[in-house]
Design a binder for this molecule. Sequence first.
Ligand SMILES: [Zn+2]
Length: 118
Amino acid sequence: MPYQNSPITATMPCRSCDTEISAIARECPYCGAEQFDTRSSALAMRDMPSERRGLTAGLLCLLVGVFGAHRFYVGKHATGFLMLVTLGGVGIWWLADLIMLITGQFRDKDGRRVTEWI
Ligand SMILES: [Zn+2]
């Protein structure tokens, strides 16, 4: 058993559902999303701002953020759902996300910062 969980097995978050899967997986075993190519280009695009609007994400977070609405908006459905069932991590996670959004550190599902407000 210790040899099956080798520490050199790298994982990366699925580009669709954010679940940690093998970095060499072609397809996410959880949601079935294809992973190849898009992930290396997604890494290259990390420095570009997100296409999602900060104003929309910010308002969603402020008004219905405890239900994970802003995470659903940026495509982070898995963590959005987790936020929904924990009511924003009893407010703490929600507050952290709100601060991240306001300071332009919040990232969408492709890892791009939500910095464009309008
Ligand atoms: Zn997935």
